[in-house]
Design a protein around this ligand. Sequence first.
Ligand SMILES: C[S@@+](CC[C@H](N)C(=O)[O-])C[C@H]1O[C@@H](n2cnc3c(N)ncnc32)[C@H](O)[C@@H]1O
Length: 208
Amino acid sequence: MDAKNPWAGIPAPDYDAHMGANGQTAALREIFAQVYGEVRPVCLAILGCTTGGDFASVDPGITAEVVGVDVNAAYLAQASELWAHLGERLTLIHADVLDAALPEHRFDLVHAALILEWVDAPRLLAKIRTLLAAGGVCTLVTQEPVSGVPAVSNTGVVSLQQLAGYITLRTAAEVSTLAAEAGLKVSSQQLVPLPGGKAFTLSWLRAE
Ligand SMILES: C[S@@+](CC[C@H](N)C(=O)[O-])C[C@H]1O[C@@H](n2cnc3c(N)ncnc32)[C@H](O)[C@@H]1O
């Protein structure tokens, strides 16, 4: 694991306060609820799962296997308590997503929200390509670069500002190009505007 990953030291309450303050948490939960309802995955992987807010949408009657990966051990400890009702369906992996030992060609849905910004993007997309089951889909949420809007919002949560030097934003078009280079085809992209001028892009990716 990359001991220098700054995310490993961001406390969960700081993260929650930051993301809640600028509308990102609500947007992320809404996006995943929509994605989950459309895909109804039997096998689901969430990369950069944080404390597992998206697990709230998981219906044990639909999904037999949920894997969450995150580099921050404290987030996963909290997730395992919060989502204990998922029982043996839920596997939480504390690892750098690029190194995590995940089964190949397994997942009907790989959801990766706001993690491409923090990693070697071509490597992550290539890895996602290997994880998808036949007919599987990846839903990728990325933050659009917006002129005049800081990449890491100033919400008054001091610890989050140490991340500002590590983030790389990409336009929807750049995401499409990178995905194609990894053997993934973009079947649709949707802009999701946020309060305060930020915007996410939700990209649906399928193996070519
Ligand atoms: C902006 S948050 C993602 C938000 C989350 N997906 C959600 O929907 O609420 C980024 C997450 O990715 C994790 N992360 C960052 N770099 C990582 C890496 N290289 N490997 C695994 N997790 C990473 C962070 O610890 C953090 O939980």
